[in-house]
Design a protein around this ligand. Structure first.
Ligand code: L14
Length: 334
């Protein structure tokens, strides 16, 4: 690949800074880098390949001459500015939920549906973090035995909600340990020593009683797997974990899959690592997944409540495979 002019919108955020790290670590052919952010980051610099690069304030003209733009600056910014970038001939890989279900926008997980990048019209969407790690594991099982129904519950890390959310958790833990009342600014309830069955923090609930995060998992799974017949139900929960989303996933398949066969299939699946040794008390853990690019699966067992069902536990770094790494992998297959 000839080196590209690359912009990162939201370069000073949690995911944006991971994007810079991943571009560097994977030796993405960057001809020049243009870090973009909001007015609040004016005057800041970011470090890339040992160089301090000044952050530019994102505007309608920021994308002239840019070939690839990775966006992670929130849905509002993506909605407003991605079309300008696309119009200027730049290909946008967008990490927000704004464009994901648009029929003109491919929604891509490179291990699952890499060919969908081909029909892009300037914008490619990066799926929701919880969806990505789930479909990486489900796709090979779907190919082998056709998944008819998925029941998923998530245990989502605080870093998914950003830098301020991480600070809030830390302050609340300290407050509780010192016997003070925890203060909530980001989350609707204390996240310290708690589980909150509501993601995101505001405007979460839709008319059917599901949260938008839950409906993302339902809708995005069908679009990425290219199969609207898969029935999905989800409950998404915030837990006081720094980084790494965990998921308890139950599937019902058309053809019987034994746990042993599922393990064998997953051991060969791209981007997947099986960690499944009950005797050794070995299974995927958020703390072990942090900083790694793979998706980890374990606790694979046959569901005793049905004849063609499997239960499993899936863990991945929400900032890497769930966001920055998946976005860079999309840019690589471009
Ligand atoms: O749809 O853990 O990309 O707060 C990413 C962050 C969903 C919520 C998305 C989190 C959001 C998620």
């Amino acid at each position: 690949m000839t080196p590209k002019v690359v912009a990162v919108a939201g370069a000073t955020g949690l995911v944006g800074s991971k994007m810079l790290q991943v571009l560097e670590q994977r030796n993405f052919p960057v001809k020049s880098l243009k870090p973009l952010a909001s007015e609040r980051s004016r005057g800041k610099t970011i470090r890339f390949r040992g160089e301090d690069i000044p952050v530019e304030v994102l505007g309608e003209d920021s994308f002239k001459g840019v070939e690839v733009a990775l966006f992670s600056a929130g849905g509002g910014v993506s909605k407003r500015f991605a079309p300008y970038a696309a119009k200027d001939g730049c290909v946008v890989v967008d990490n927000s939920s704004t464009w994901r279900m648009d029929p003109d926008v491919p929604l891509v997980v490179p291990e699952v549906n890499p060919d969908d990048v081909k029909w892009h019209k300037g914008i490619i969407a990066n799926p929701n973090c919880s969806t990505i790690q789930m479909v990486v594991v489900l796709k090979p099982l779907h190919d082998a035995a056709k998944i008819e129904r998925v029941v998923v519950s998530t245990y989502q890390a605080v870093s998914g909600a950003g830098i301020k959310a991480l600070e809030e958790m830390k302050e609340q833990i300290q407050a509780v340990l010192e016997g003070r009342e925890p203060v909530c600014k980001v989350f609707p309830h204390p996240i310290a020593f708690n589980c909150i069955p509501q993601i995101p923090q505001s405007d979460a609930f839709t008319d059917n009683g599901y949260t938008s995060e839950e409906m993302k998992m339902v809708n995005e799974t069908k679009k990425i797997m290219g199969d609207d017949s898969i029935r999905v139900t989800a409950t998404t929960v915030r837990v006081p974990v720094h980084t790494g989303h965990s998921e308890c996933v139950n599937i019902e398949t058309q053809r019987k899959l034994t746990a042993a066969k599922a393990r064998e299939i997953l051991a060969r699946a791209p981007g997947v690592v099986v960690v499944d040794d009950p005797a050794g008390q070995r299974y995927p853990l958020a703390r072990d997944a942090e900083g790694k690019g793979e998706t980890f699966v374990g606790r694979i067992r046959e569901d005793i409540s049905q004849s063609r069902g499997l239960d499993m536990w899936i863990v991945s770094d929400n900032l890497l495979k769930g966001a920055a790494l998946n976005a860079v992998q999309i840019a690589e297959i471009l």
